[in-house]
Design a protein around this ligand. Structure first.
Ligand code: VG1
Ligand code: CO
Length: 543
């Protein structure tokens, strides 16, 4: 095998964000842009010689082109076995599963997750380490530093691999293995969930609709729900992965999964509705005429762990990202276990799971998962909910309302202001920071501020510190307003405002969320001058 060294000039903008490097496809198509970043990853790893690398993606435009280049570069950089998913299709949680199962050195997942795809859309690259989880900050920073000085990359001179044929291709001692990206994941789900109970559920008059949003989970969902569990044909819709996701935005929320939401709120809707994002790590849960807030979903899953065989012996602890509502804390208190608070992004949960501190983790952004892998897992959350339904014989809305009666309700909403000018966004955040010293004790109607600060995180396992992970305005009654700038967008800046209010009185638990939070929404604008500074009268997305 002949290895070429190609000289190249570095780029200065290859800094990974919340979840890998995300850029417009057009940027990745620039000469050497992809190659440089991949080489920067390999240069930042040590001891890869002869080891296994897992490779796959969410099927978006540029997936296969990138895969062919990465196979050649990984071989040139010393990996001994490249496990590449058939047709290049591998969901993020399935990649995590496979890395762990085959004890790979790491994996590269090609995805920009919920960002739009297609030629005009986004592309992304994530590197995952041997525990199956996203690279920690220390590694992503090392990759970024390396990318700024790189001067060449290595690539093997071999033909493209046919990704449609399972099996091994040998180049001397080196192996490229095209494997089935679905089987291992389905096998893992079978060890966790009571598939026989679920088969009975689907054999009854229970009806479900799952929208794969033309993204990666389609083949997984079709296999699990329709083939394994006997759900009626047509339960899984939009299940063939398309390079442009059918022109849609594969983000399972009230705005971008509108077709499913409209259906679930229509006459004759199914009992259960769900969707996942581009790379399969997110989930949205809907009941008949009912939407489950992701923060509540995390709390409900934790409170019902006994319903699921893989967890029935107990959960070690819970972790949630800082902006996620405190509903999970109520459950942890009740169970007598710890609830950890981490910065946004799944990479911060890995150490807690590896250190046996937590079993279940979640984020407000439609991400829930457990220590079965080291990524959030959309289908896992959906199967968990189905097991709860099978076990309790209650509807989704009954399950959530009963939960509120027991634990109280954390009214919760996130308001996103997308594509605002980056200078305006930074100035807005600084404007809030300037008020930190004067906000303590300040009253806004019935709300009094107890704390106003930047969230800084110290990892309890390795002591690493991460600062400025969102501005917190915490009120004396436990209500919160959080301001953060997104780390996954590719156009301008996205301001996220997370608003939370706790309500223990049962008679006050059935208000409309936006109405219940209206005072806090107004306070968020008073403190942040959002309308004035952005010129936007309302958020672009409300979840
Ligand atoms: C967003 C979410 C965050 C999630 C991240 C990656 O990040 O808020 O909770 O972990 O996306 O999810 P940000 O920085 O834009 O707020 V995924 O499904 O896009 O890999
Ligand atoms: Co995702």
């Amino acid at each position: 095998m002949f290895i070429k060294t190609v000289s190249s000039n570095p780029f200065q903008d290859q800094r990974p964000g919340t979840s890998g490097l995300r850029k417009r496809v057009k940027v990745f198509q620039e000469k050497n842009y992809l190659e440089n970043y991949i080489q920067a990853i390999f240069d930042s790893l040590s001891g890869v010689t002869g080891k296994t690398l897992v490779l796959g993606g969410d099927g978006r435009y540029f997936n296969e082109i990138a895969i062919q280049k990465i196979i050649k570069m990984a071989l040139a950089n010393g990996f001994g076995r490249i496990m590449v998913a058939k047709d290049g299709i591998l969901s993020t949680p399935a990649a995590s599963c496979v890395i762990r199962k085959y004890k790979a050195f790491g994996g590269i997942i090609l995805s920009a997750s919920h960002n739009p795809g297609g030629e005009e859309g986004d592309f992304g690259i994530k590197y995952n380490i041997s525990n199956g989880g996203p690279a920690p900050e220390s590694l992503t920073e090392a990759i970024y530093l390396r990318s700024k000085t790189i001067s060449s990359y290595k690539i093997a001179d071999i033909p493209d691999i046919d990704l449609s044929v399972l099996g091994e291709i040998r180049f001397g001692d080196l192996v490229v293995e095209v494997f089935d990206g679905i089987n291992d994941y389905v096998d893992l789900m079978k060890t966790l969930f009571n598939f026989s109970d679920l088969r009975k559920l689907f054999a009854s008059d229970f009806k479900m609709r799952y929208d794969a949003m033309n993204a990666v989970t389609g083949p997984y969902a079709h296999r699990i729900f329709e083939e394994e569990l006997g759900a009626k044909e047509g339960t899984v819709i939009n299940w063939k992965p398309l390079p442009d996701f059918g022109g849609k935005h594969p983000d399972p929320n009230l705005t971008y999964a509108k077709d499913l939401v409209d259906y679930m709120f229509s006459e004759g809707a199914a009992d259960f509705g769900a969707a996942s994002d581009g790379d399969g790590d997110r989930n949205m849960i809907l009941g008949n005429h009912f939407y489950v807030n992701p923060s509540d979903s995390l709390a409900v899953i934790c409170a019902n762990y006994k319903a699921v065989k893989g967890y029935s012996s107990g959960i070690l602890g819970i972790a949630r990202s800082m902006p996620t509502s405190q509903a999970a804390n109520k459950v942890a208190d009740f169970l007598g276990i710890d609830c950890y608070e981490t910065p946004t992004g799944w990479k911060f949960f890995g150490n807690l799971m590896d250190g046996n501190k937590v079993t279940i983790c979640g984020e407000e952004s439609f991400g829930t998962g457990s220590n079965h892998v080291r990524e959030k897992d959309g289908l896992w959350a959906i199967l968990f909910w189905l097991n709860i339904i099978a076990n309790t014989k209650k509807s989704v809305s009954e399950i959530v309302k009963d939960h509120w009666i027991k634990f109280g309700r954390n009214y919760y909403s996130r308001h996103d202001y997308e594509n605002i000018d980056t200078d305006v966004a930074n100035a807005l955040m600084d404007h809030i920071r300037e008020q930190f010293s004067s906000l303590g004790g300040k009253e806004f109607g019935e709300y009094m501020v107890s704390t106003a600060d930047d969230f800084n995180y110290i990892d309890s396992i390795d002591g690493s510190e991460t600062s400025k992970q969102g501005i917190r305005i915490i009120f004396t009654n436990g209500s919160r307003i959080i301001y953060r700038l997104s780390g996954t967008g590719t156009k301008g800046s996205t301001l996220r405002i997370y608003i939370e209010k706790y309500e223990s009185e049962i008679s006050k638990q059935s208000q409309d969320t936006q109405v219940a939070l209206s005072d806090l929404i107004k306070i968020a604008d008073d403190i942040g001058e959002i309308i004035k500074r952005t010129g936007m009268k309302q958020p672009t997305v409300i979840t």
